[in-house]
Design a protein around this ligand. Structure first.
Ligand code: 13P
Ligand code: SF4
Length: 305
């Protein structure tokens, strides 16, 4: 039996589901129950009746699934798949920032560890960051760890000052305004779409800025022939696959061939089969972290109901 069928069979036997982030290696989609961005996957993790969740993504995403489904077994195909941005904000650094700006609401990007979430009031994803912060109705907040997403949200709101931590995604950081200028010469009729983790110059030079889901929705609701995509390669691979399978007659071009998150690509089909067999790489969290970290995610759902 081939590896795909082995995984499918074992998944059924163990009542397991596979949640897959759209930056993963595309062949993982074939064995996945749900593929999407971090907001969609956290909703799926909260709703599932499965006994085992295999999270094909990075560490903070699997931790979020555990926060939302603490009684389920959450496994990672490769336990070393981390997120460099999430690791920039440590509990110690966050405590210092809170001491420097006491009494301000603290919002964290979902790209943060469960231990950091446990010290924050609410979290958000790139899909709902503007709504979450707007609905907090605060004059001033602390936002960690992504400086660029924080600045992007601040530019969308009239009455909220955002103190941002100096973190960023080293992968999106590689996208430059020169890449966009070059793309405009190479593909003069294309529209340029960027993720808000890109730096402010790139954001300003793009035609549309949105999360993974918002970029995918933009594509479905518009009629361009070419789209230059300023985010991770996995999104481009999926859009080109869907275009081919559905005869969209649309082409998707990655802004710069180096926009690949090496951590996201650590998970393989072989790893998935192995954790299904052995149930290793389990995510565990302290009860206290589960209780307070979960409140931080629940508050995000509450503010965006
Ligand atoms: P999404 O919230 O769009 O899934 O992005 C997660 C991420 O890691 C972006 O770099
Ligand atoms: Fe983290 Fe950036 Fe990779 Fe997303 S692309 S998982 S933010 S390092």
């Amino acid at each position: 039996m081939d590896i795909i069928n082995k995984i499918k069979e074992l998944k059924k036997a163990k009542n397991a589901i596979i949640l897959t982030h759209c930056y993963q290696n595309i062949e993982i989609d074939e064995v996945s129950d749900f593929v999407g961005d971090s907001l969609y996957l956290s909703k799926m993790a909260a709703q599932t009746n499965a006994d085992i969740i295999i999270f094909a993504g990075v560490y903070f995403m699997a931790q979020s699934a555990k926060l939302l489904s603490p009684n389920k077994k959450v496994l990672m195909p490769n336990i070393n798949a981390g997120c460099e941005m999430a690791d920039m904000i440590t509990v110690e650094k966050l405590k210092k920032l809170k001491e420097k700006y006491p009494n301000l609401p603290v919002v964290c990007y979902i790209n943060s560890t469960a231990e950091v979430k446990a010290l924050c009031d609410v979290c958000c994803t790139s899909s709902n960051a503007v709504d979450v912060i707007k609905n907090l109705n605060a004059e001033k907040i602390i936002f960690v760890p992504d400086n660029y997403l924080g600045k992007f949200v601040e530019s969308k709101l009239d009455n909220t000052e955002i103190i941002t931590f100096d973190g960023c995604c080293p992968i999106h950081q590689k996208i430059t305004v020169e890449d966009i200028k070059k793309a405009r010469i190479d593909y003069p009729k294309a529209v340029v779409l960027a993720h808000p983790e890109c730096n402010q110059e790139v954001v300003k030079a793009s035609d549309f800025v949105g999360s993974t889901k918002q970029i995918m929705d933009f594509v479905l609701n518009t009629d361009y022939k070419q789209y230059v995509i300023a985010t991770e390669k996995g999104v481009v691979d999926r859009l080109n696959r869907d275009s081919k399978n559905n005869n969209w007659d649309k082409e998707f071009i990655l802004i710069n061939e180096n926009i690949i998150c090496p951590d996201m690509k650590k998970n393989t089909l072989q790893d998935i089969l192995q954790v299904l067999e052995t149930e290793e790489n389990e995510i565990t969290l302290d009860d206290e972290v589960i209780e307070t970290g979960r409140k931080c995610i629940d508050k995000m759902f509450e503010l965006t109901k």
